[in-house]
Write a protein of this length. Structure first.
Length: 132
């Protein structure tokens, strides 16, 4: 599974859970950072890993399940944002700027499952036409 598959094929929660247990390749986190327009240094805290530790992995080497789970969760939120906001550029822009309803930058909330659920909730409200 690569980032393009997550963003375009909308995998099921079951397939994402299986991928997390198996581990995603290190290159997946590089692709995610690239799409988000942030550095590995900025993405590392969101997946609860150090940049130094992430850099030790080879591109095809699988990340541990806990890190893979967080990476896939961020990718899932990004996929939802693209679906609601129509383009990857608009989705990334939205994720990187303050949001009144959340009280902070959505991307910063993606370091936890609960934060990601808050962001998904706001995206649902936007999709329904509720000012958020």
């Amino acid at each position: 599974m690569n980032l393009a598959e997550v963003l375009h094929q909308q995998p099921t929660l079951k397939s994402l859970a299986q991928a997390a247990r198996h581990g995603v390749p290190r290159k997946f986190i590089d692709e995610l950072a690239d799409v988000l327009g942030i550095s590995l240094r900025d993405l590392a805290p969101l997946v609860h890993a150090s940049e130094r530790n992430l850099r030790r992995y080879q591109p095809e080497q699988l990340l541990p399940p806990d890190v893979s789970d967080r990476v896939l969760n961020i990718a899932r939120v990004l996929e939802r944002a693209v679906d609601v906001l129509d383009t990857p550029e608009r989705a990334v822009q939205w994720l990187k700027h303050d949001n009144r309803a959340l009280g902070e930058v959505p991307l910063k909330l993606l370091g936890s499952t609960f934060g990601a659920e808050q962001v998904l909730s706001i995206l649902g409200r936007i999709e329904q036409g509720v000012f958020s």
